[in-house]
Design a protein around this ligand. Structure first.
Ligand code: ATP
Ligand code: MG
Length: 390
């Protein structure tokens, strides 16, 4: 008898000719996430199996597996010989483990026979297993419509028995949609944006802008902690730390105050685009949400968009702050985002930011700077850290 995780995958079933590609990507992501925990991952006949871990680590392995995009369900299971006594004993032990046995309870057995050479059909397996359990658990009753517990037996290369399925995060395996560069602040929104795009199969790299001495070590530590937290879902993340002080100072000295925020945003996008081009990224990702602040009005977003050729993905654009916070809490970034540490955007804030900035005017303001030189200098000073899932 071996304890393992049986993994069910979802949307990737639908992808026709691309199916092998998606399946391989999912398996590789699982290997990447679970190998550090001592696991083996193999795929057979539409199921992925995770084995080899220390049973004491099962909760951790289960969490990591559930957080792998592309997975819809994870079942802690027992694998046994395809032989009635072994299968039924496993079903009984699964029911006991599920907490039944105290007082009356109802159950049903569900069987799936993928190996058609097995002598009994699924109906017969259910009936025999049910009888075996009823003989040994006097307080049990069968209820096929609304049972409290369902034990499943899948007859494949071996028999797999489980009574409980934990929901996976769904989505598409990271990497199948290409690569994007997330502009990661220390705030609540951008980590959620990164998570959402990784969920749709984008591999993410991150760019963070810091302005020492106006922003300090805590802000930098915070963004590193956020990126590290995101690796749980996104896999390894390369974080580019861009020094933005000189650009901000020049902006402040030379440009119209009400345009500072939108000009800063344009420069951030230009630098992020240059990094994306160097790294094979095909899109930028931000945590902007329509109307949240002055720089996120439709007009301001247009002025920002026009600074680059690359597509800017804004997965939070139609979401309320409370909805974003719910996700941030669920993925464990909220508590990090709310630690102290100021963002460079809050350093030179205009008193009255333009909510309807004009593109021509923005471009004219920008011409007061040596944009190319500033970008080249910032890129040269950029520090790169690679974060791995722990
Ligand atoms: P967040 O919570 O993500 O910081 P926000 O609501 O505070 O978002 P802004 O500060 O206006 O909004 O920033 C809008 C977007 O610009 C952010 O979601 C992020 O993608 C990007 N951004 C802002 N500051 C930085 C930074 N210091 N480094 C990298 N990207 C940034
Ligand atoms: Mg912010």
């Amino acid at each position: 008898m071996e304890r393992l995780l049986l993994i069910k995958y979802g949307e990737i079933h639908l992808k026709g000719q691309n199916r092998p590609f998606f399946k391989r990507a999912l398996k590789n992501r699982l290997i990447q996430g679970l190998k550090p925990l001592g696991c083996y991952v193999h795929e057979q006949d539409g199921r992925i199996y995770v084995t080899g871990y220390d049973p004491l680590d099962e909760d951790r392995v289960l969490e990591r597996a559930k957080h792998t995009f592309g997975i819809v369900g994870v079942c802690p299971a027992l694998a046994v010989e395809k032989e009635p006594e072994a299968m039924y004993a496993a079903a009984l032990s699964m029911l006991e483990r599920a907490g039944s046995g105290q007082g009356d309870f109802t159950f049903k057995v569900k069987a799936r026979r993928q190996d058609k050479s097995y002598p009994q059909n699924s109906f017969e397996i259910c009936a025999d297993a049910g009888g075996y359990i009823l003989d040994r658990m006097p307080t049990a009753k069968v209820d096929v419509k609304k049972p409290q517990y369902t034990v499943e037996i899948e007859v494949r290369d071996r028999a797999y028995v489980y009574s409980h399925e934990e929901k996976g995060v769904g989505g598409l395996p990271v990497g199948v949609s290409g690569r994007g560069v997330v502009m990661l602040s220390g705030g609540i929104d951008s980590p959620v944006a990164a998570y959402m795009m990784a969920k749709r199969g984008l591999e993410v790299e991150a760019v963070h802008f810091l302005s020492p001495p106006y922003t300090g070590e805590p802000a930098k530590e915070k963004v590193i902690a956020l990126a590290r937290r995101l690796t749980e879902y996104c896999g390894p993340i390369k974080l580019h730390l861009v020094h933005f002080t000189e650009i901000q100072e020049q902006l402040y000295e030379r440009c119209e105050e009400s345009y500072l925020t939108v000009l800063m945003r344009r420069l951030m996008c230009k630098i992020s685009e240059a990094i994306a081009n160097k790294e094979g990224g095909q899109a930028l990702i931000t945590g902007e949400s329509l109307g949240q602040v002055a720089s996120q009005t439709i007009g301001a977003l247009h002025v920002t968009d026009s600074s680059v050729e690359m597509t800017i993905l804004r997965p939070l654009i139609g979401m309320d702050k409370v909805e974003i916070i719910d996700i941030a809490r669920a993925i464990g970034t909220f508590d990090i985002s709310t630690l102290p540490g100021e963002d460079c955007c809050t350093v030179f804030v205009p008193k009255h930011p333009a909510t309807k900035p004009n593109l021509k005017r923005a471009v004219r303001e920008e011409e007061r700077l040596q944009v190319e030189e500033l970008i080249a200098a910032a890129l040269q000073k950029t520090e790169v850290i690679t974060l791995l899932p722990t």
